[in-house]
Design a protein around this ligand. Structure first.
Ligand SMILES: Nc1ncnc2c1ncn2[C@@H]1O[C@H](COP(=O)(O)OP(=O)(O)O)[C@@H](O)[C@H]1O
Ligand SMILES: [Mg+2]
Length: 252
């Protein structure tokens, strides 16, 4: 995958001359995102019965199409973010947010629309979390990436658990799975672009290898940290932190 992307980018670089690789990524992502959202809109209309009644079989096919749209959106989002990060054009919209709310929302969207197969999901959220200062959309993108990895790299009957804790000035989010795990050697490399483990199960799933790199950069930009703990055939926990909103005293 990485070779194909890099080679094709080099070819167009020599043709276009002035377009840099990250700019090209963002442009392609944008060109795909626009028609994609139109198609998704129409599919959602049909799912809601706004284009007439459908047979159960048609509904099933439509739901499968929508799940693919969700996956495609994730790829396009990561590609676009990767391009912006590399060309230093990513702007954050930092605001006080309730992380628990963002987590419930993201998990809800993902588990409604992505086929989770037989992987169980547990939420162990502390409802009394302080507000954090973060970009809501980017936090959702981080969580979407971690959750889709956890589900993707966990065999049927496994479990994915999302939990939160407060550690000093930070809220910590943990995504734990009982999946295939990551070898010690691979753990060092996963946050670099395009890297995917050689593991047969990992290679049997589709992916770009951009997700964790994007996650790391987004967490860093928001003033947090990300790390993982993993054991082969036991499971993986990826954790990240987001800074708690500091109480600002009124100036008068
Ligand atoms: N929860 C996980 N369990 C096992 N391996 C993981 C997990 N998350 C990430 N990985 C490994 O890290 C690699 C990089 O992850 P990512 O950047 O999200 O790429 P992708 O999901 O497209 O393969 C994956 O290909 C896989 O080898
Ligand atoms: Mg991924």
């Amino acid at each position: 995958m990485s070779n194909i992307v890099e080679n094709s980018v080099q070819v167009s670089n020599s043709v276009e001359g002035s377009i840099t690789q990250p700019q090209l990524y963002s442009t392609i992502a944008h060109e795909i995102a626009t028609p994609l959202s139109t198609v998704q809109g129409y599919l959602e209309m049909m799912e809601q019965g706004l284009a007439g009644a459908m047979t159960p079989h048609q509904q099933k096919l439509l739901r499968a199409a929508l799940r693919s749209m969700v996956r495609m959106n994730q790829v396009v989002d990561d590609l676009s973010t990767f391009g912006k990060l590399k060309s230093k054009r990513l702007e954050l919209n930092l605001q006080p947010i309730e992380i628990t709310e963002v987590l419930y929302e993201t998990v809800g969207i993902l588990f409604e629309q992505i086929q989770v197969g037989e992987v169980g999901l547990q939420m162990s959220l502390n409802e009394e979390m302080p507000l954090v200062l973060a970009d809501r959309v980017r936090v959702a993108q981080i969580v979407t990436n971690l959750l889709s990895n956890a589900v993707k790299y966990t065999r049927p009957k496994g479990t994915v658990t999302v939990s939160t804790t407060q550690i000093g000035e930070f809220v910590q989010v943990n995504v734990r799975d009982t999946g295939v795990g990551i070898s010690r050697e691979d753990q060092q490399k996963l946050f670099s672009p395009y890297y995917r483990a050689e593991d047969v199960y990992v290679q049997s799933k589709s992916g770009t290898g951009l997700g964790l790199m994007v996650v790391k950069e987004l967490v860093d930009l928001q003033g947090g940290q990300v790390w993982l703990a993993s054991e082969v055939d036991v499971g993986t926990t990826v954790s990240f932190t987001v800074p708690i909103l500091k109480n600002t005293t009124p100036s008068d």
